[in-house]
Design a protein around this ligand. Structure first.
Ligand code: SIN
Length: 285
């Protein structure tokens, strides 16, 4: 009993971020020492993958709660969550039941973004657990925003230092207008929180570039045209292939990423195939 989950191994992806955690069963007890190793690995590798899990929402939520306070997900952008779903669990899915989507994001591409940055209180961890996946497509991409910060060309560094940007709340990563919002005519006046572009990570103290969603947002103190140009250059830098790791999903994969230093994107997949993921988000407070 005391040895449960003691034999875990951390295997880095060999890319700019990402590591597999092997020898962990989330249905088994986990003591503080084991969790400490997971937390340390997460801070070093930014995205962790735990393969071969077979967990229910209670086990998913219990693990996520070790990282902090959980976001209560309402699913307003697709008409509300299915009844009976755990308060903290949200479905990411293209499945439609009785004429209603059961989850967010559908089958289209989701552009680069960090979760919940459009709010004052943002997200630290997001966990995504794969229950059903399509035969191909729907891969998720992660980019290392510490690296992006540390390698920023001098002109862009000077431009972003001490500036804030508006993290647009009106649009979804899939490009549509979020439920309850209207299309934005002037990006500099749109809804959403404003955060420093150079973000100091609340646990590691390291600096990362932090910009919300690619294609949206606005940098304070610039004209909208100047801001669009700067944001395009910043995102091109942040998503350079050498900063990116691609997750090709298997059923039973649990991924944990750190929104304070990682942006992610999702590829499109065949809309007639089923993809069902369970997501839990931890608040950065
Ligand atoms: C997300 O963007 O939060 C979900 C990513 C995915 O569906 O792989």
């Amino acid at each position: 009993m005391a040895m449960r989950n003691k034999g875990l191994e951390i295997v880095p992806s060999g890319k700019a971020l990402g590591a597999d955690v092997r020898g962990l069963d989330l249905n088994e007890a986990m003591d503080g020492e084991v969790f400490g190793r997971i937390l340390d690995a997460w801070h070093r590798h930014l995205v962790l993958r735990i393969r071969g899990q077979n967990i229910d929402d209670d086990a998913l939520v219990a693990f996520a709660q070790r990282f902090g306070r959980l976001h209560s997900a309402a699913g307003e952008e697709y008409g509300g969550k299915p009844r009976g779903l755990h308060d903290a669990v949200e479905l990411i899915s293209n499945i439609v039941e009785k004429g209603r989507p059961i989850g967010a994001l559908g089958a289209g591409e989701a552009t680069w973004h960090t979760d919940m940055s459009m709010f004052e209180v943002t997200a630290s961890a997001t966990m995504l657990y794969a229950e059903e996946i399509p035969a191909t497509g729907g891969n998720t991409y992660f980019t290392n925003l510490y690296r992006a910060h540390d390698t920023l060309p001098e002109d862009l560094r000077r431009l972003v230092e001490k500036r804030r940007s508006l993290h647009d709340a009106a649009y979804l990563a899939t490009g549509g207008v979020r439920g309850g919002y209207e299309a934005v005519a002037d990006k500099s006046q749109g809804p959403g929180a404003r955060h420093p572009i150079v973000k100091v990570h609340s646990s590691t103290g390291r600096k990362a570039l932090y910009l919300g969603r690619m294609g949206f947002g606005y940098i304070e103190g610039l004209s909208v045209e100047e801001s669009d140009e700067a944001l395009a250059a910043l995102w091109a830098h942040m998503t350079r292939p050498e900063f990116v790791w691609e997750q090709v999903w298997e059923t039973g994969d649990l991924i944990i990423w750190d929104n304070r230093c990682v942006a992610h994107a999702r590829g499109a997949f065949d809309p007639s195939a089923r993809r069902l993921m369970r997501r839990v988000t931890v608040m950065d407070d």
